[in-house]
Design a protein around this ligand. Sequence first.
Ligand code: ADP
Ligand code: MG
Ligand code: MG
Length: 638
Amino acid sequence: MGLLSEGSPLTWEETKKYSQHVRDHGIIQFINLYKRLRDRQGDVLKWGDEVEYIIVKFDDEKKIAKVSLRAKEILAKLNEKEQADPLSCKSLWRPEYGAYMIEGTPGKPYGGLLAHFNIVEANMKLRREEASQLLADDECIISLTSFPRLGCENFTDPPTYPTPEEGYTRSLFFPDDAIFPGHPRFKNLSRNIRQRRGEKVAINIPIFRDKNTVIPVDDSYKYSKAALPDHVYMDAMGFGMGCCCLQMTFQACNITEARTLYDQLTPLCPIMLAFTAASPVHRGFLTDVDCRWSIIASSVDCRTEEERGLKPLKENKFVIKKSRYDSIDSYLSPQGEKFNDIPLIYDPDVYQKLRDNDIDHLLALHIAHLFIRDSVSLFSEKINQNDEEDTDHFENIQSTNWQTMRFKPPPPNSTIGWRVEFRPCEVQVTDFENAAIVCFVVLLTRVILSYQLDFLIPISKVDENMVNAQKKNACVEGRFWFRKDITTQVSPPKASEVCQTSKNEQDICDSYALMTVNEIINGKEGEFPGLIPLINNYLSGMDVDADTHCTIQQYLKFIQRRASGEILTTASWIRKFVVEHPEYKQDSKVTNRINYDLLKTIDAVQSGKIQCPELLGTSVISKTRENIPAALTKESCA
Ligand code: ADP
Ligand code: MG
Ligand code: MG
């Protein structure tokens, strides 16, 4: 996320009073921004990754690993370079939700040259080294989606304690002191979400039932009516927002291309979620899911009982199906319209206002849908704004709709264009894997645009895929709705057919089928070309130097192997590590010792001290180029 603005947070009661104010001005700000920037043309591909890390502290005598709550201290140092020389630093560092988390991005975005793929991994390594240099000998940073014993007794260093009766979170497990202390936003969000909802958030994840697994899982159910006895129960924003992910942002040449990319990447979200699955352990238990997604969704679910449909609407305007953190509900491009098949909840007044200002139906729907939410974090300094220039109220709602894709308008007074953010991926243990995934998705965007590929399926099917993507071993065993013929678009109904909706629906129905991740990525003889073969085909028509070719092929090979099941997802690898650990008692419990050994192993794998062919394959030649070729550091745009 961008640099956080400082200020004094309002209480929930105050924030609530301003919720219509924020919406009203947010919409005016969007309208003004849109009028200024709708015709902006000629931006070039730029893109960047975001990687989140956990700071871990090892006690090698007691064999215990904890999260180290030193992010604030370490970030202060990491930010010095940027403060001294914002234009030429090679990395940017930002706070994240956890007091044990940091987020790193490249110093500036990459450009359209394929040769940039050579420096992605090197930059990730550089970031890791930069942060590692500031750590104590017994600390390390790991890019792991969830800390396996988050919320277990004594999981932080220094020790902190949950405060179920008071404070921001009131969790039985997650202390307020484990929330990033350097900016009030995070604690404030936690409190406001809880207060808006009317109770603590409730996260229940089915336990992985092993031979000796005891049900009830623990005695949470005695303390909370929300806890399900055969589930791992969690009750704090930190369990979700305290997870790490891998995100990518792409700049499009104009708003139309951004809308196309937003739509076309949407069906890939569940596929990439299953592919990057990396979080099977939560609060010290092996669970039956492989991904963080539903956990984060519940961890910030601020819907009231009325909005959740548990009580008739009285105070609130809408019954809302999803948390503000979830998969998107509508496509944005003209091709997408006929695939928007779930009833979209949107604010009709907002919609009308946007339409009155010449904003088209689909974009108006999208914004009016985001604006069904209240602000859950407002700072007194930001209440009154200049709607001609500021966009804070718009961003307030936009940036707390945490969805699989984000459609990002250009920031005010900047050289940045229309962008989309791809947000589903779980972060991987090594820089190699993260770089491979980033390069794969960037290449996909090029292939989609060059070949005008069409991945669209009904949005309800994308939602089904999101559910299936999180299941255990979905990357190998899951079957996902995917478009059969991605090279031809389902033709829009002809004028004479307008009334024959059934024919149109039939066409849509015939256009997708169930496929495995392997079939989607590697292809299926005679039926589906496969994403990697398409990328290779695209590359074969390009002039690629040997070095870049080698880098890209290494990454694509890795993607192919994981998709085919030849190597494991991080989640499967973690499961295997746990169940094969000598201390594991087939009881689903990830003890301190198992956790310690797992994290030590992860640290050794990411630093290259040990090989891990199960996870990475055998032929990984890791690149550690220190110096980025000068030609590549220019603002290039092929
Ligand atoms: P967020 O919306 O997630 O807070 P930011 O707006 O801070 O993210 O952008 C973060 C990501 O966007 C980084 O990966 C960064 O490299 C990338 N980025 C920065 N400028 C551009 C640009 N002009 N086009 C595309 N990506 C960009
Ligand atoms: Mg982040
Ligand atoms: Mg982001």
